[in-house]
Design a protein around this ligand. Structure first.
Ligand SMILES: C[S@@+](CC[C@H](N)C(=O)[O-])C[C@H]1O[C@@H](n2cnc3c(N)ncnc32)[C@H](O)[C@@H]1O
Length: 223
């Protein structure tokens, strides 16, 4: 998969060089390219924002630099996403859908957002990472890239873990423990040390259902 990220702040993306996503890039499992929108501005001062028509607070990212930036990366099979709090909220189901795309283009807004004509002409979907407002689309773009990248083939060593993780089967994951079996008097549940895999599976399923009923009963309705 190829992902093009369009931003006014290209230095924000260092976290994508770390850990699992960084390794996926190094191994060629995913190609991520960051484009600085400012380099496309035809303004003599490379300005990329201006006041909103109709008045009001703040600045809007202007149409020309973004138009040229999107045009420079867009291909026939591109799926173009604008990260915005006004978009559809990102879910694991949406991430599963996006991992099938060959080419994602992510537009990061800033200030009061971007000129609507870019959305009307280029954007296939608008995605929000949650009901709160951030200063820019850079963190949302990284959230989306991380969630998609880990699902790509051969990025995680243990793809089996997808089957039981949170949101798979509309459940939250059961509690996890590791060594030692006892720490400061706190013990790992006996069943997990029993070696009886049938009992362990039963305990995990019960824990998952209990946790989901307590915290996210809405998920059980979608089962
Ligand atoms: C301050 S916000 C603009 C908010 C906009 N004026 C509004 O009221 O909807 C600046 C940029 O941050 C990004 N952004 C902020 N919150 C976001 C969220 N929850 N999900 C995705 N992107 C977000 C968007 O790219 C947006 O253009």
């Amino acid at each position: 998969m190829k992902i093009d990220i369009l931003t006014l702040f290209p230095n924000s993306f260092a976290p994508l060089n770390e850990s699992i996503v960084g390794r996926a890039k190094d191994n060629g499992k995913i190609e991520i390219s960051i484009t600085d929108i400012r380099t496309f501005s035809k303004d003599k001062h490379k300005k990329c924002d201006d006041t909103p028509y109709g008045g009001g607070e703040g600045m809007v990212m202007t149409v020309q630099p973004l138009w040229d930036a999107v045009s420079s990366v867009k291909k026939r099979n591109s799926h173009i996403i604008y990260l915005t709090p006004k978009g559809e909220t990102l879910t694991q189901q949406k991430v599963e859908e996006l991992k099938e795309k060959k080419h994602l283009v992510l537009i990061c807004g800033h200030y009061e957002g971007i000129d609507q004509r870019i959305i009307d002409h280029f954007v296939d979907e608008e995605i929000s990472i949650g009901d709160y407002v951030l200063t820019g689309g850079e963190l949302p773009a990284m959230v989306l890239v991380d969630a998609v990248a880990r699902l790509l083939p051969n990025v995680l060593h243990n793809e089996e873990s997808f089957k039981n993780e949170t949101f798979a089967n509309s459940l939250l994951e059961y509690p996890q423990y590791s060594k030692p079996a006892e720490f400061k008097g706190m013990k790992v549940p006996d069943v997990l040390l029993s070696g009886n895999h049938q009992e362990i599976d039963k305990w995990r399923k019960e824990q998952s259902e209990k946790l989901t009923a307590e915290r996210r009963p809405d998920l059980l309705k979608t089962k």
